[in-house]
Design a protein around this ligand. Structure first.
Ligand code: OAD
Length: 269
């Protein structure tokens, strides 16, 4: 069921039947807010590729250049707003018995849109970690007054509390995302190139466990042929329409469901 033309009724009904729903997002969901994606031309910063900057080796070699890149991204993210895709995903939370948002993004835009049941797989750009004692805390100063910033307690270098290339994901976040992917009935994958493993394998874990899996992306991805449907279009346009129709279907199903006493809601006097 691949659909370039749009969202089919059957697709909405299949998603609407889920009791346990996972939404899995990547940087494409924030693209229409103005946050550059990692891959593609707009992923470059002063001719550096993220792969050259987002590593422990790069940080150890030159913490200043890495922090200047993060300071630039923090300033950019602070200036943008969640877009209709973030807002629609936040509205979905209450529609399912079990709902988990798993994001690879570090920008915090899902939280700003109102999402609360969120697993951040790659950390958060507004937190820092002390290279000395590994303490993690919010670092909200923007722009940073000191680059690279240092721990106020021990003077050690701070690093962004994000997952860099070659680093494992935080075990609690990975376990929570794996558990969500293997137990969900449906998964909506939005704006990820599905290239960076192990996060990218979550849709396949869901599919393998019998979930109905669809993606929203401006292009087909390596997982397109392995999942149930690909909706080709911008997240900020496709996701709100899909969520709108999904909420209608879920709302109708709730209204016609038997009440605890066995009498249908609408049949009450
Ligand atoms: P990528 O930059 O790899 O992929 C972004 C995806 O979003 C691509 O598939 C685009 O086609 C799609 N896209 C772009 N604009 C879109 C739009 N308006 N609507 C819908 N889709 C759109 O980003 P991620 O898949 O998130 O990891 O990358 C995963 C991880 O790799 C990131 O979290 C980061 C990166 O390196 C770490 O920092 C550890």
């Amino acid at each position: 069921m691949r659909s370039e033309s749009g969202i089919t009724e059957e697709l909405v009904l299949r998603l609407g039947r889920a009791r346990n729903m996972v939404v899995f997002t990547g940087s494409g969901v924030s693209r229409e807010s103005g946050v550059p994606t990692f891959r593609g031309e707009d992923g470059l910063w002063q001719e550096h590729r993220p792969e050259e900057l987002a590593t422990l080796e790069a940080f150890e070699r030159n913490p200043e250049v890495v922090w200047r890149w993060y300071d630039y991204r923090r300033r950019l993210i602070a200036e943008v707003r969640p877009n209709p895709a973030h807002e629609a995903i936040a509205r979905l939370e209450g529609a399912f018995d079990v709902f988990t948002l798993v994001t690879q993004n570090v920008d915090g835009l899902h939280a700003r849109a109102g999402s609360t049941r969120t697993v951040e797989l790659h950390g958060n750009i507004w937190r820092a970690r002390c290279m000395g004692d590994q303490d993690v805390f919010d670092l909200l100063e923007n722009p940073l007054s000191e680059i690279p910033p240092r721990c106020k307690r021990c003077g050690s270098l701070l690093r962004p509390d994000v997952v860099w290339f070659g680093e494992p994901m935080p075990p609690e976040a990975y376990d929570a995302s794996y558990e969500a992917a293997s137990s969900c009935d449906a998964m909506l994958v939005v704006g990820t190139s599905a290239l960076v493993r192990p996060a990218a394998s979550l849709p396949l874990v869901a599919k393998h466990n019998g979930a109905f899996v669809i993606e929203v992306n401006i292009t087909y991805t390596p997982i397109s042929v392995l999942i149930d449907a690909s909706l080709i279009g911008k997240a900020g346009e496709v996701v709100p329409e899909l969520v709108e129709r999904l909420l209608r279907v879920v709302g109708e199903a709730r209204e016609s469901a038997p009440s605890p006493g066995g009498v249908k809601e609408h049949a009450r006097p």
